[in-house]
Design a protein around this ligand. Structure first.
Ligand SMILES: Nc1ncnc2c1ncn2[C@@H]1O[C@H](COP(=O)(O)OP(=O)(O)OP(=O)(O)O)[C@@H](O)[C@H]1O
Ligand SMILES: [Mg+2]
Length: 334
């Protein structure tokens, strides 16, 4: 498999009045060609910021303070955020569907005007050709009567249909990577499922890699080949979806899996939420940020800094000292 994107040690911070928020603190991951990857974690752990950093869409008081984003042999962070090189990547080679579709669609422009803009700018299409392609794209993502609805405004569309428009827009320039940030969170369960199925079909058709950003492990279980689990600005576990579901190794992932219903578990198994809250990302301790919530912690966790990602098996990595293969009480004896 050919690697498309590699992020190395990404550090993104926000200088706020209360202190420096380390939203991404050494985030590293990769995406292969035509792969679907899931980025999962609780609210506020840095998922969106990591993806916005790849697109260089971090504005003041935020700052990308370190790391590399290697795409096509180039470090995108060497490019000026608003310079021509980054503009030719953003939207055209790496596209993003943002977390709030209503704020990313311009309410005073028709869907057609917004869809054709990218095609004219990046694909150098004539207005007529762009309109034809936009109608085609709307049809592909399942918008009925696209040839008349293209002249409607965003408020004429339902939430699900707006999200379909966003997917059509994301794919319009045939990007190498599509980043979908919580693409279906605001929608009902049936619409969510339909959209995710459609998105999977679309990326296969367009040969695009897809990053699904979500707090819902159920979503990635179904669609992603590989998963990155994020906690407090860092990746804490990564691996093939099947391996992580069969044998999660980081206490946080184990906790997340206990919160979702699973078909492969005995009937009557209780769903258990992870106790406590994610930490404040200002003044983070050097030790593991999950320590206060962890039921597997051992003495070493209090003494040593948060470990680096270490392989547990092939392509399966965790950032943890404890032995999670045994019950929490036994792990303390180590
Ligand atoms: N403009 C900003 N100014 C200050 N802090 C910010 C800003 N944007 C993000 N942050 C902080 O960065 C951290 C990570 O935010 P991010 O939006 O990446 O979380 P997330 O994992 O995407 O959460 P969610 O699931 O709620 O979307 C949070 O603590 C957030 O408060
Ligand atoms: Mg987010």
């Amino acid at each position: 498999m050919t690697e498309l994107l590699r992020v190395n040690g990404l550090v993104t911070q926000f200088n706020t009045e209360s202190g420096v928020v380390k939203a991404c603190d050494g985030v590293s991951y990769y995406i292969n060609e035509q792969e679907i990857v899931g980025l999962v974690g609780e609210s506020g752990c840095g998922k969106s910021v990591s993806q916005l950093s790849v697109m260089q869409l971090i504005s003041a008081p935020g700052k990308i303070a370190g790391g590399e984003v290697i795409f096509d042999g180039q470090n995108l962070l060497d490019y000026q955020a608003n310079g021509p090189q980054m503009r030719s990547v953003r939207g055209a080679k790496i596209a993003m569907i943002f977390q709030e579709p209503m704020t990313s669609l311009n309410p005073v422009l028709t869907i057609g005007q917004q869809l054709t803009e990218m095609l004219v700018i990046h694909m150098k299409m004539s207005a007529d050709a762009a309109r034809k392609r936009a109608i085609e794209l709307m049809g592909l993502v399942g918008i009925p009567a696209a040839d008349s609805r293209i002249d409607d405004y965003p408020h004429h569309f339902s939430g699900g249909m707006r999200q379909r428009v966003m997917i059509a827009m994301g794919l319009s320039c045939n990007p190498k990577i599509l980043i979908a940030d919580e693409p279906t969170t605001a929608l009902d369960v049936t619409t969510q499922a339909q959209l995710l199925e459609m998105m999977r079909d679309m990326v296969e058709r367009f040969r695009t890699s897809l990053v699904i950003v979500t707090h819902n492990l159920g979503v990635v279980a179904r669609y992603a080949q590989r998963i990155y689990i994020m906690y407090a600005g860092r990746i804490v576990e990564s691996g093939m979806t099947k391996d992580i579901f069969a044998k999660p190794r980081h206490p946080y992932t184990i906790g997340l899996l206990k919160c979702i219903p699973r078909l492969d578990e005995e009937e009557g198994t209780k769903l258990v939420p992870i106790e406590g809250l994610p930490p404040n990302l200002i003044n983070m301790p050097a030790t593991c940020a999950f320590l206060p919530r962890c039921s597997y912690k051992i003495e070493k966790c209090y003494k040593e800094p948060w470990p680096e990602l270490t392989p547990v098996n092939g392509d399966h990595f965790i950032r943890c000292y404890a032995n999670t293969e045994v019950k929490p009480s036994e792990s303390k004896k180590r």
